[in-house]
Write a protein that binds this ligand. Structure first.
Ligand SMILES: *Cc1c(COP(=O)(O)O)cnc(C)c1O
Length: 860
């Protein structure tokens, strides 16, 4: 029989143990080993049984044991120390508190969060990144207030059928069994959020608060009595259901999220956010809700749009067009039009925000970019690819001027790095993680010590992998008697390669199977064998991905190789931690350039693992020739099979002749000195860069602080600047067709221009109805290609020389000619306003009508 409802009855802790509850309810435990030790000490056996889930621990431990602990002076002292430590962590000034005038609070919106394995509210990289973002913000004292959804069935857990087919199970999560607190009004009634739906229906939600160190995470939950059954299920699963379901989730996240923040700040006195960070398109409706607030406070739509954009940061996460979140426009029109329309927010303005090249589609990334004055990708290469992908939103501008920057992702060391390594680092080099400094000090640590820790981490992985393998085989219907071989599956002394990730096709899980004979040869090499540990989940609707998993499983099932290659089901944070810590080599072979960043390789690097990867995402940026290996990419080859063949052959060669050779090249003392040299170089060259703390500092300095400044300026007083800026934009946009470059003349070169000469330029611009101060006249100059195209031009500003009565103005200036060779220039006019964040912001530019304005010459 199945229960129709479930809930969790919490233990009543003896008063002496009250602070245990405080520790459990702050997720800081997930990256604080001392607190985890304390939990384990409550009842070591139960702690293992509940999979290191502290709430489950308190639910399962016998009252007798709690009474015993309440009288245990040594335990009470440790408990008091841990609680003190947490209080001091929560309140002491940290890095952010040293910044003058920084944002009082930053709202961070994400559809998923990977914080701890015990909270399965994530599916992959996006969620893990969001979790690491919050933890690093907490460590640095960045006042982030985060918003997400509470999925009652989270993301699925994975097992395998006897045939190696992925099976999905959705855990049933009860908020009472999670370290959550319901957000309540002062009189104790739960806060309720309501969002209007078409046909006079309403979507209701309550709000749970999860404390992640110093960062509160508000999770909206639609499973409330006020909702009809369909509405109750809106937050049932992460990335489950069809388009309509997804739209409701995103309405709840974006609109409901802003309302939850307002309630939270009103009730707790928390500062109102000055900056809103949209982590990927799903949360984009937050900008509409803020526009609604401001238009109801009497700003026009355009004024509100400016005020909102100024304080909004949008991060795009995928270079895969199919990965962009889109809706049929009529769904959006139905939601925001008709009887459900917001009186002050016209539906056609909303539709225009999400318009894209395909009519009838509403594009959440496009809306994200139009609603945010600052936009970034997640690695340099991804920034480049995104500028190309979204160039059409800024017509008339070259790709490299598209205002999308990049901040390369990072990972939260205390979450991902093996304890032995953290302790070693803490002992020898305390500034490593906190300040991202001192990594050159890694050279002081002896080869013996590094190798011994690497061995421990590898052995721990092997032991855990055997356990997981046994469980998986039992699930698949094997009997214990047939599983004796698992005692010797994998070898703690053998070179261990890890490969774990979600299984979309671009990640090419099965590239390693391209030549099975070659792979078998590597695994079974008598002198320098390799073993491979694989994990990954396919999206439940992705049959193709499940086939790839099945292929890997079938290969790994073969008796001849099953001791050297294993697929471990249910890739989650716990398995991820084991793997990135225990593997010697972290392999990644995406189709370049489809991996936006990738972070698992960063986790491996911090643990002293070496990366073996296609140069994509972060690896394209930071591979330096000796801190790992680059698998050559055949990204010019159009035939995908041929490309796989070339890249897999290169992969086998690398493993065979470089990786394995180096790993097994031992000195008399058994140490692989050349390998360890590379490990050390990996740590010193990558360590400071891959930290989430570095990433957070970049976000704060490059995006949050400028966004807060812009937002303050626009909002000051009664939003005068927002009003001025909006009306200026309208005026300039309307008058722009009258702006023309009429004439360009150059002098000062003579017949044979020589390096060092000065080019004098003068240009006549028709301004139409604009003032000369509304525009900036720029000269773009530099080397030119075969078709007169400027190759990565530099820009200089020309100054106003005189302004006629006829709407014309003359601008001029000089250019130094600094390099020899083919040189060219052109002039252009762009709008100018101190509140613009980039010249391309309005998407307006005027260039000479014919390239006649451009003069080419060759410098000697
Ligand atoms: C780190 C991590 C990811 C993201 O890794 P990628 O390299 O971006 O694929 C996904 N899932 C889990 C469980 C992780 O730990």
């Amino acid at each position: 029989m199945r229960a129709i409802r479930r809930f969790t009855v919490r233990t009543v802790l003896p008063s002496e143990l009250a602070s245990l509850s405080e520790l459990v309810h702050n997720l800081r435990w997930s990256w604080h080993p001392e607190t985890l030790d304390l939990f384990s000490e409550v009842d070591p056996e139960t702690w293992e049984r509940v999979g290191h889930d502290p709430v489950a621990l308190l639910g399962a431990v016998e009252p007798e044991r709690l009474r015993e602990l309440a009288a245990d002076r040594r335990f009470l002292r440790r408990l008091a120390d841990a609680a003190d430590d947490l209080r001091e962590y929560m309140t002491a000034p940290r890095w952010y508190q040293s910044l003058p005038d920084a944002a009082r609070a930053i709202a961070y919106f994400s559809p998923e969060y990977g914080i701890a394995a015990a909270l399965p509210q994530y599916s992959g990289g996006l969620g893990i990144l969001a979790g690491d973002h919050l933890k690093a913000a907490s460590d640095l004292g960045v006042p982030v207030l985060a918003v997400g959804l509470l999925y009652r069935h989270g993301y699925f857990t994975q097992s395998l059928s006897p045939e190696g087919w992925q099976l999905e199970h959705y855990p049933s999560l009860d908020p009472g069994g999670l370290p959550l607190t319901l957000l309540k009004e002062e009189d104790g009634t739960p806060v309720k959020i309501a969002i209007g739906l078409p046909e006079h229906r309403t979507l209701h939600a309550q709000v749970w608060v999860l404390q992640v160190g110093r960062v509160p995470l508000l999770l909206l939950d639609s499973d409330v009595a006020e909702n009809d059954p369909a509405a109750r299920d809106v937050t049932d699963r992460l990335y489950g259901g069809g388009t309509d379901h997804r739209l409701k989730q995103e309405l709840l996240l974006g609109i409901g999220g802003v309302r939850a923040i307002r309630a939270y700040c009103r009730i707790t006195g928390h500062a109102e956010p000055e900056v809103f960070h949209t982590n990927e398109g799903h949360a984009g409706f937050l900008g509409l809700e803020r526009i609604r607030e401001l238009t109801e406070a009497r700003l026009s739509f355009d004024e509100a749009l400016e005020a909102v954009r100024a304080g909004t940061v949008f991060t795009t996460h995928t270079p895969v067009p199919a990965g962009i979140d889109r809706f049929p426009s009529e769904m959006i029109a139905r939601q925001f039009g008709g009887e459900n329309a917001w009186p002050t927010v016209p539906v056609d303005r909303i539709l225009a925000l999400g318009a894209e090249e395909e009519p009838g589609k509403f594009n959440m990334a496009a809306m994200g970019m139009r609603l945010a004055q600052r936009v970034n990708g997640v690695s340099e290469l991804h920034g480049e690819v995104s500028r190309e992908m979204f160039q059409r939103l800024w017509p008339g501008f070259d790709v490299d001027e598209v205002p999308i920057g990049s901040i390369t992702n990072g990972v939260h060391a205390p979450t991902w790095v093996g304890r032995e390594i953290m302790e070693l680092a803490g002992r020898e080099l305390p500034s490593l993680v906190e300040k991202a400094q001192g990594w050159e000090g890694v050279s002081k640590i002896s080869d013996e010590e590094i190798w011994s820790i690497r061995g421990k981490l590898r052995a721990r992985l092997v032991t855990a992998a055997r356990e997981r393998l046994r469980r998986s085989w039992l699930d698949r219907g094997a009997s214990r008697a047939e599983l004796g071989w698992i005692d010797d599956a994998l070898d703690p002394e053998v070179l261990t390669i890890g490969f774990a990730r979600r299984v979309p096709s671009y990640k090419r899980l099965t590239l390693m199977l391209n030549d099975p004979v070659r792979l078998r040869g590597l695994l079974l090499d008598p002198d320098k064998p390799v073993q491979i540990v694989i994990a990954g989940k396919a999206h439940p609707a992705d049959e193709g991905g499940k086939k790839l998993i099945q292929q890997i499983v079938k290969f790994a099932d073969q008796e001849s190789v099953r001791h050297r290659i294993v697929f471990l089901p249910d890739y989650d944070m716990a398995l991820g931690q084991l793997m990135v810590q225990g593997c010697d080599v972290w392999m990644n072979n995406p189709l370049r350039p489809l991996e936006a960043c990738g972070t698992s390789g960063m986790k491996a690097a911090l643990n002293g693992g070496l990366n073996l990867s296609i140069r994509d995402g972060w690896w394209d940026e930071w591979y330096d020739g000796t801190n790992g290996w680059a698998i050559p990419t055949a990204d010019g080859v159009a035939d995908p099979d041929r490309r796989d063949e070339l890249e897999s052959a290169a992969l086998y060669d690398l493993v065979d002749h470089e990786v394995a050779d180096r790993f097994y090249d031992r000195q008399g003392d058994g140490l692989p000195r050349r390998w360890l040299e590379m490990v050390r170089h990996t740590l010193t060259s990558l360590g400071p860069k891959v930290l989430a703390g570095r990433m957070l500092r970049d976000y704060v300095v490059n995006l949050y602080v400028p966004a807060a400044e812009s937002a303050r300026t626009l909002q000051s007083g009664t939003y005068e600047q927002a009003k001025t800026f909006a009306s200026w934009k309208l005026r300039v946009t309307r008058a722009w067709p009258g702006v023309r470059v009429e004439h360009v003349e150059a002098s000062g070169l003579g017949d044979t221009p020589e390096v060092g000469a000065r080019l004098e330029l003068r240009t006549t611009i028709a301004l139409g109805e604009l003032e000369s101060g509304d525009v900036q006249v720029q000269v773009a100059y530099g080397r030119v290609g075969a078709h007169d195209e400027l190759l990565s031009p530099a820009y200089a500003t020309l100054s106003l020389e005189n302004r006629g009565d006829d709407g014309r103005a003359v601008f001029g200036g000089t250019l130094p000619l600094e390099s020899t060779g083919a040189f060219g220039y052109t002039v252009r006019v762009v709008p100018r306003h101190s509140l613009m964040a980039s010249s391309a912001e309005l998407g307006l530019v005027a260039v000479p009508e014919e390239p006649a304005g451009m003069t080419n010459g060759t410098l000697r």
